[in-house]
Design a protein around this ligand. Structure first.
Ligand code: AR6
Length: 220
């Protein structure tokens, strides 16, 4: 069964239901902004079921399919997706390319290639992962798409530590939604495991605080 946007709880809903708890003042990284609370969501489940404008695929450089979420997206979209992907001539790490969604409920797929994590090159890997989010968000806006769902890029087979990756994802999304380009976009973070969900629940309030957070506790 497809998951519609109206069925996905925003972080505003999650705060109200106390599924999200405000972060302590010393952890706040951004000020509360009411308009963002209805434009960001967290959902645990299968991204291939999403009936949204675009879902993001954590692909590899060939763009010709693989395991993890990439395998699930190609399996659900059907052979036509692979056919279109063959015309794209691959994709560099940190970059993104868009296709149609074919048999998916999602209209489009943005295929981005996250870094394969390695402890020896942490800064470059972080920049590449940040670039995946930035490039995908920009591509969505450039294609007049209004909502975009992200899996946790690079944190499965590519081994990126979930906490570090989540900080990067939240930072890049907050920055983009604050910008003129991102002003109308809605973003859904999709997690698969309970452990990943717990990390997002802990970190979202640092980047997207609730609007009733005491004002003296807010920091830029
Ligand atoms: N819906 C949402 N999230 C999912 C789903 C799903 N159906 N399936 C897995 N995840 P991964 P990567 C989560 O390994 O680390 C492929 O072979 C998963 O639990 O899919 O970027 C590509 O071709 C994890 O949290 O992507 C590349 O070769 C997250 O999605 C390589 O894997 C990303 O895990 C990319 O590795």
């Amino acid at each position: 069964m497809a998951v519609r946007l109206s069925q996905i709880r925003t972080i505003h809903d999650l705060y109200k239901a106390t599924a999200l708890q405000p972060a302590s003042a010393d952890k706040l990284r951004y000020q509360a902004k009411t308009s963002l609370l209805d434009r960001v969501s967290l959902y645990q489940g299968d991204i291939t079921k999403f009936e949204v404008d675009v879902i993001v695929n954590a692909a590899n450089k060939s763009l010709l399919g693989g395991g993890g979420v990439d395998g699930a997206i190609h399996a659900a979209a059907g052979r036509e997706l692979l056919k279109e992907c063959r015309t794209l001539n691959g994709c560099e790490t940190g970059d993104a390319k868009i296709t149609k969604g074919y048999k998916l409920p999602s209209l489009h797929v943005i295929h981005t290639v996250g870094p394969i994590y390695s402890k020896s090159d942490v800064e470059r890997k972080a920049e590449q992962l940040a670039s995946c989010y930035r490039t995908s968000l920009q591509l969505a806006v450039d294609n007049s798409l209004k909502h975009i769902a992200f899996p946790s890029i690079s944190t499965g087979i590519y081994g990126y530590p979930i906490t570090d990756a989540t900080h990067l994802a939240l930072y890049e999304v907050r920055k983009f939604l604050d910008s003129e380009d991102g002003e109308k976009l809605k973003v859904i973070f999709v997690v698969w495991s309970d452990a990943d969900k717990a990390v997002y629940e802990e970190l979202i309030p640092e980047y997207f605080p609730p609007d009733d957070q005491p004002s003296e506790a807010q920091q830029e």
